[in-house]
Write a protein that binds this ligand. Sequence first.
Ligand SMILES: Cc1cc2nc3c(=O)[nH]c(=O)nc-3n(C[C@H](O)[C@H](O)[C@H](O)COP(=O)(O)OP(=O)(O)OC[C@H]3O[C@@H](n4cnc5c(N)ncnc54)[C@H](O)[C@@H]3O)c2cc1C
Length: 658
Amino acid sequence: MSESYDRYLGMDRPITRRDFMNGAAMAIGAAMLPNGAFAASPAEERQNQAGYDPPVLTGLRGSHPGSFETAHSLRDGTFWEDAGKPSETGETYDLIVVGAGISGLSAAYFFRERAGSSARILILENHDDFGGHAKRNEFHQGGRLQLLNGGTLLIDSPTPYSPVADGLLKKLGIDPPEFQKKFADHKLYAGLGLKPAVFFDKETFGEDRLVVGTPGRNWDVDLPDDNREKPSAWSDFLSRTPLSKEVQRDIARIQEGKVDYMPGPTSAEKKNRLSKISYRDFLLNVVKANPGVIPFYQRRTEGEWGLGIEAEPALDCWALGLPGFQGMNLEPGAAPNMSYSAAGYANGGSYTFHFPDGNASIARLLVRALIPAAVPGHTAEDVVTAQADYSRLDRDGDPIRLRLNSTVVGVRNVGEPSAAKGVEVLYASGKQVFRVRAKGCVLACWNMAIPYLCPELPQAQKEALHYLVKIPLVYTSVGIRNWKAFQKLGVQNISCPGSYWSGISLNAAVNIGDYRSPTSPDEPILLHLSRTPNKPGLPAREQHKMGRYELLATTFEDFERKTRDQLARVLSAAGFDPARDIEAITVNRWPHGYGYEYNPLFDPDWPEEKRPNVIGRKPFGRITIANTDSAATAYTDTAMDQAYRAVQELGWDRARRS
Ligand SMILES: Cc1cc2nc3c(=O)[nH]c(=O)nc-3n(C[C@H](O)[C@H](O)[C@H](O)COP(=O)(O)OP(=O)(O)OC[C@H]3O[C@@H](n4cnc5c(N)ncnc54)[C@H](O)[C@@H]3O)c2cc1C
């Protein structure tokens, strides 16, 4: 792109450091102890520096620079070449938890319930914040607090929350159905006449065109039923697109037609056939649609599974609500050979609630329950605006301690695994390595990293753990001065089937505790942009690996330029000026995002005991394994369920504490 176009976009504007006083203070604190440095004692830990407040940081977040390099050098076999000799901390605990995501925090919670309130627990986390994927993005535009999820979006799962997970939510004071009724504001945008839209880009569709009023169910945001337009609106909508007449006709047929494309077989037989072909094949070979419809649908499945429609079974797409099946008389409910998510959604799914910072509020409530001084307040409502005090997370003498910026590089049983009475854990802060000891360890970290931390695991278990390739995603939060352009265009969320970001949406309106979402288009607001990088045509797990490389190779500058360019192309007709109107950008990059879910088109239909996640999560002496990877899914309830199982497997009770 030319220099003058870059200037138009505002690439020269110093937005990422503007107006964010807390962020600046944290940057100073961090500068005192750069990534290569280490803390010789807790008092010197970065998290104890004045102004340390990761949620307010903008720029490249998610797996931020400084969080993953140690783990990657451990994987590459280079870490120990220049790492220092481990320093003895002299610290001993009842339990060490590796990973401060929802699963690790839940493991600490369940362990304390089981072992008693004096249980001594250390939680180690390689990122500069706790929560794992449940990441809080905090902005202070014009002095007003605005929140968005940097990762885990909401309480919502394909299956009802188990008694364990639902029980934990209740203990934390969260009542999703009640909160959904009381705090979610579904009327704001609809009341202003804002609708879903599709942006057709010239590289894919021949010209840039925004078409407002996508009929039917909105793909990004759940609209209340009474806001859903009638399907008959499709031909009107399509007539305003740059698509050819043939493609328009076939999309209308897919969306509205009531054709049985497989007449004859029973519903069960049809489901069986649909489970063996991709949705793309279904559209092209069963519906016999014009190939020109594919770019319109290709990315519809990315938000759920990280893959396009060529790699997702037609049956799973039916369960997800994609069109084309209306006339096929498929009976409701799951069938054999469906993915976890599809089978769950076919049977109904769980309750739903979105905190303004996503499930980061759950992580903050868990930290409050474990270390009350770190997150002041008493209710699930007041946690949303509570200011966390990171310097309270790791205090000498406290029974539960949470240590950030600490990558675990070694975990081993002391003695033979079958007879071990304890574990030794090594963690690195920069190149400095520290040793801590405990009676047991829960690995709530990413399962594919475990073979590098525990090289003594049986080979078959290591291979199973390696199988679980996480799905890469990037969620970007953009602070803009106002949303007058959205009002003028009449749009709330925009699907962009051919563009770099596959979706752009106004922050969901939620009013909870003292937190208030913006109500006037004149006010600043946050936008949510998402992308799921993949390489259509490759097998599922290869696509995820390629997507991960793409994310790691993309600089913040590249993300920023793509963001500004796309927002300009979509919104500038309504007066949006990217240089003037964009105030902050936080790119939450997740090269290791969703936990891997088995895909019926690519994975064998293993019996339960042969599944890589089941083999991979076997206890190893005093070491047990949690994380959503252990369930081969990517949901908060399973993060909790797996934590509970891993804690029970430690076989701990009060009588055995001495
Ligand atoms: C972008 C995105 C959106 C999502 N949206 C939803 C949603 O809307 N609803 C939902 O239910 N789920 C969602 N998920 C799935 C999400 O992964 C789970 O809900 C849950 O948050 C996972 O928790 P976890 O503790 O198992 O894993 P994580 O959150 O990944 O936590 C594991 C932690 O272990 C740390 N770790 C790894 N290795 C080491 C090491 N060697 N030393 C120290 N620490 C280590 C990691 O850095 C990480 O912080 C989403 C995920 C992503 C990425």
